[in-house]
Design a binder for this molecule. Structure first.
Ligand code: 13P
Length: 342
């Protein structure tokens, strides 16, 4: 029997596992490598991702799927094994970022709209042949003076829905990612403002998904948590972030959605783990709640690696630890003492 979209989506949100977002575009990975004084060459990018994908203890036990960038999906490990095959061998579903980036929204200074629909059907066919079984598209919503505009919300929701429909047509599970930013320059909004905007955005996204006949049991939602801006003077407690995020999702996300995998969005790694664990401890919820972290899963490994081959074991240990802690959080079983014990 062939695998349905729902089978794949369920595998992506297997209890106790989550998604590694390793789909930094060439521009973004350069910024990450700059922070460790490492040149962003094709080989260095490959070595870094290969190091993560070969961290067996993390991959087999805690990573259900990996989001890659176009270059990575086509790359081979140093020994010639396609990186996709490393993921499959570890029991992890290969995924691919398919949007072509958030661009300035004409007529709305400071706001973005995500591009990438032109030719997407053909690209999805190729990605499927290369082994991808899920995709990701990120829409970006900025809170600020007079922002977000209705135009920004509706343009991004429309793009997400058209992308999701094309993915499902090609037997690929769409990760639907509407991100309300917490770390845009100058952002100082409160948790309540984030709550209000996140609700408005999620309602618009699910209205568009319905209008475009997207099957909700064959998607994974990747939202921001409900949280104050990084630059806000008043920060909410972890308990408040968890409670407000769950309440927002309960009101806005239909129960047919199999899973919700959060982005970390600029939260520090322990915070992102703590929030997820609190939310799961307050379950059960209609959907599985897990992580799809980029920075919050990779930051300690990136730092420990520092671009040096000799540091690979230390970096893999750092990645394995964060993956383990987030795996516990996906079950609501993380605690600060486990963090210290390890
Ligand atoms: P962060 O967890 O670093 O926000 O990245 C997740 C991601 O995939 C953003 O699109």
């Amino acid at each position: 029997m062939s695998e349905t979209l729902n089978d794949i989506a369920q595998a992506m949100v297997t209890p106790g596992k989550g998604i590694l977002a390793a789909d930094e575009s060439t521009g973004t990975i350069k910024k990450r490598f700059d922070s460790i004084n490492t040149e962003s060459t094709e080989d260095n990018r490959r070595d870094y991702r290969e190091m993560l994908f070969r961290t067996d203890s993390a991959m087999r036990s805690y990573v259900s799927g990996v989001i890659m960038y176009d270059e990575t999906l086509r790359q081979k490990a140093a020994d010639g094994t396609p990186l996709v095959d490393l993921l499959k061998a570890a029991g992890s579903v290969p995924g691919i970022k398919v949007d072509t980036g958030a661009k300035d929204l004409a007529g709305f200074p400071g706001e973005k709209v995500t591009e990438g629909l032109d030719g997407l059907r053909e690209r999805l066919k190729e990605y499927y042949d290369l082994g991808a079984r899920f995709a990701k598209w990120r829409g970006v919503i900025t809170i600020g003076d007079g922002m977000p505009s209705a135009a920004c919300i509706s343009a991004n929701a429309h793009g997400l829905a058209r992308y999701a429909a094309l993915c499902q047509e090609q037997k690929i599970v769409p990760i639907v990612e509407p991100e309300v930013l917490m770390d845009n320059p100058g952002a100082d909004h409160s948790i309540d403002r984030c709550d209000e905007v996140t609700r408005e955005v999620l309602k618009a996204v699910f209205a568009q998904l319905a209008e475009h006949n997207v099957a909700l049991d064959g998607i994974v939602l990747k939202p921001n948590m409900v949280i104050a801006a990084k630059g806000a003077s008043q920060q909410a407690s972890a308990e408040e972030v968890a409670a407000k995020t769950v309440a927002c999702l309960t009101d806005c996300v239909p129960a047919e959605v199999p899973g919700i995998a959060f982005l970390s969005g600029g939260q520090d790694d322990l915070e992102a783990t703590h929030h997820l664990s609190l939310m799961n401890a307050a379950g059960p919820h209609p959907w599985n709640l897990t992580f799809s972290y980029g920075r919050a899963l990779q930051a300690p490994a990136l730092k420990a690696w520092g671009g040096q081959k000799a540091n690979v074991p230390a970096a893999q240990a750092a990645f394995a630890h964060r993956a383990h802690m987030n795996g516990l959080a996906a079950l609501g079983q993380w605690s600060q003492s486990q963090e210290q014990a390890a």
